[in-house]
Design a protein around this ligand. Structure first.
Ligand SMILES: C[S@@+](CC[C@H](N)C(=O)[O-])C[C@H]1O[C@@H](n2cnc3c(N)ncnc32)[C@H](O)[C@@H]1O
Length: 219
């Protein structure tokens, strides 16, 4: 018999799982759906905290945001505000419902601070195709993007907009290996300009367990 006690973060992920089912799953009309596991996301945010100043004043933008799961984890870490950018209308609609329900249930269970109940001031979704974007939210300080299913031209657009942003100081990307010199590859292939690699670790996809690599970069 297992004696492992579940943590509040485990409970938040349970709340997310229940509500994902209730909103009809994370699938939409187009694009891949999926998130990395709780452990992988925790490692990404820990690296951002330790090496890129992620904290209570931070504003995270998830580029290709699906249901908004990484943003819920960001709230658990105490960040100030989140943005989700997503091209699929169905996922956007589900995300609004999902996040409202997760925040409400998690606040009532004491898993999230009550200040997040004022969700409208804390979370903004943009229904947008990254390739059509002219700028990232001009108050975002940190970015996250899980690249599975995001086409290369959209990744290049992220590179261009991240480089132009006056406020973004770090980005985490999760996907296939970027080879031996990830910062150089981000610059050469996706137009990110000069980056510093802050962290690199294995992350698996929730559900399928597919192996991915997570990278955290600063400008
Ligand atoms: C692998 S999922 C990651 C979802 C979310 N970030 C997470 O980790 O749970 C990638 C998301 O990017 C979205 N996406 C793909 N191409 C896009 C584009 N050009 N513009 C905006 N969103 C896009 C997909 O619809 C999908 O929801």
């Amino acid at each position: 018999m297992s004696t492992a006690k579940s943590s509040p973060l485990d409970s938040l992920y349970d709340v997310m799982q229940g509500n994902e089912t209730d909103v009809g799953g994370g699938e939409g009309n187009e694009g891949t759906y999926g998130s990395i596991t709780q452990a992988g996301m925790a490692q990404v945010l820990q690296c951002m905290k330790e090496r890129a100043g992620f904290g209570s004043d931070s504003i995270l933008v998830d580029i290709g945001s699906g249901l908004g799961r990484p943003l819920m984890h960001g709230f658990y870490e105490g960040m100030a505000k989140g943005y989700g950018l997503e091209c699929d209308a169905v996922k956007c609609e589900k995300a609004v419902k999902f996040c409202k329900r997760v925040v409400s249930e998690a606040c009532s269970k004491g898993l999230l601070d009550r200040r997040y109940c004022a969700l409208r001031t804390r979370l903004v979704f943009w229904h947008v195709d990254i390739e059509q974007l002219t700028g990232l939210p001009d108050e975002a300080t940190h970015a996250y993007s899980f690249w599975e299913g995001i086409p290369d031209p959209a990744k290049c657009k992220i590179g261009e907009l991240f480089t132009q942003s006056q406020t973004l100081k770090a980005i985490a990307v999760v996907g296939r290996s970027l080879g031996r010199d990830p910062a150089q590859r981000m610059a050469d292939t996706f137009g990110f300009g000069r980056l510093t690699l802050l962290g690199k670790f294995g992350a698996s996809m929730a559900g399928s367990g597919r192996s991915m690599t997570a990278y955290v970069f600063s400008k």
